[in-house]
Design a protein around this ligand. Structure first.
Ligand code: C5P
Length: 393
């Protein structure tokens, strides 16, 4: 997002105030925004709001700027355009190719990816005219970030609420990212698993799933169809990814095998618990006793079973090691029949539950690439770069 040139169109609906919050988020991420408000948008929010947030002029009319043809310059300078909120009226105008103000003329002149985020009253959204316009715009290549169901300004609940900011940012990220994984199916396992020994107690580990969530998000940004098999974690699954929530190793095994069967890339970043209690008591065990015996048995090795059934696809595992990590990891990679393994040294606070990590990717007999120490988001991008390169070689 840093340095990205974005054209933000603001339509005349009550959700226009959210366009201001989005502008601030994008500016904080380093994007350079040009904002165009329609005349109706100006009734809800002031151009001054946007010019203050962007430290650049906010545009409202074809006629009030000294230059001759601002609409052409504005779309030529942008890499992507986004309309928030896309009102029923704006959708209709765009579908018909009407260009009667600065925003609609600019959008008609655009040769850049365009994203529309509709927001309106439920009845207006469901109206056949609006739905047909949306269908037309989709076939013309616009990306539509569908509205959500929830509280509407009329005081009712229904469909028509502007998509969450995270979904809008993700749609922009995707439009700005080269689609190097378009047409590819990617499966990612992530998070811990939870193995119960009574209704309220379980064996687990400190994994948050952050690495796997970052990998799934980045693969989706690159155009892959991503399935994320996610264990119990408080992290929200990324938008634009099919997420299957699981709790136990057995559930992760079943979901991962089903998804991995047709996948081109499988990344097993989950910290699957290696043992599960043999007995899962149906009743909560009473305290009283000084000690209790919990007998554990091995859980299925998800990634090894994926490897055993693999017909195609590139299979990457993870190894969290505390000693002799690269040698142990390479041995693990061979034993589990993986194509590559990402190793992290979990001795000094890296890895589990932290935002940062240090990764080294190993493959074959002595293939090795140090991915460095960075945020899990940056490492996810570097790991996918390395995987893309290995798949081509
Ligand atoms: O053997 P170890 O747990 O260190 O191997 C780590 C790799 O194996 C990771 O990719 C992890 O996701 C995967 N794994 C698995 N199922 C298990 C244990 C580990 O898929 N039961």
């Amino acid at each position: 997002m840093k340095g990205a040139r974005i054209l933000l169109g603001v339509g005349g609906g009550i959700a226009a105030y959210k366009a201001a919050a989005l502008t601030s988020t994008l500016v904080q991420r380093g994007a350079l925004l040009d904002v165009i408000l329609t005349a109706e948008a100006e009734r809800f929010v002031s151009p001054l709001t946007f010019s203050s947030l962007t430290a650049r002029p906010a545009y409202t009319s074809l006629w009030d700027v000294p230059e001759r043809i601002p609409h052409i310059r504005l779309v030529r300078e942008a890499q992507v355009g986004l309309v928030v909120p896309a009102t029923a009226n704006l959708l209709a105008k765009l579908a018909l190719g009407l260009a009667d103000d600065l925003l609609t003329t600019a959008l008609l002149a655009a040769r850049i990816p365009l994203i529309l985020a509709p927001a309106m009253n439920e009845a207006m959204y469901e109206n056949a005219a609006t739905q047909e316009h949306l269908a037309t715009l989709r076939t013309r290549g616009y990306t539509i970030v569908d509205p959500e169901r929830g509280y509407l300004a009329e005081g009712e609940s229904g469909i028509g609420r502007l998509a969450d900011e995270e979904r809008l940012v993700e749609a922009l990220e995707r439009a700005l990212t080269p689609q190097t994984l378009a047409g590819t199916r990617v499966t990612v396992t992530a998070g811990p698993t939870r193995e119960a020994f009574d209704p309220v107690r379980f064996v687990s580990n400190a994994s948050t799933g952050a690495t796997g969530v970052a990998l799934a998000r980045e693969a989706a940004r690159r155009g892959a169809a991503v399935t994320l098999i996610l264990g119990p974690t408080l992290l929200a699954p990324p938008s634009g990814v099919t997420t299957v929530r699981v709790a136990t190793a057995q559930e992760m095994h079943d979901a991962a095998l089903a998804s991995a069967a047709g996948a081109d890339i499988v990344i097993a970043s989950a910290a699957v618990v290696d043992w599960r209690p043999v007995n899962d008591s149906p009743q909560k065990q009473k305290k009283g006793e000084q000690s209790i015996d919990v007998r554990l048995e091995a859980t299925p090795d998800v990634v090894a079973e994926i490897a055993a059934r693999k017909e195609k696809g590139f299979l990457v595992g993870f190894a969290a090691e505390t000693q002799d990590h690269e040698r142990n990891a390479r041995e693990k990679m061979h034993r589990k029949h993986l194509d590559a393994i990402a190793v992290n040294d979990v001795r000094d606070g890296h890895g589990f539950g932290t935002g940062e990590n240090a990764l080294v990717l190993l493959w074959g007999k002595n293939g090795r690439k140090d991915l460095g120490t960075a945020s899990k988001e940056t490492l996810a991008a570097r790991l996918l770069d390395a995987i893309e390169e290995l798949r081509c070689s």
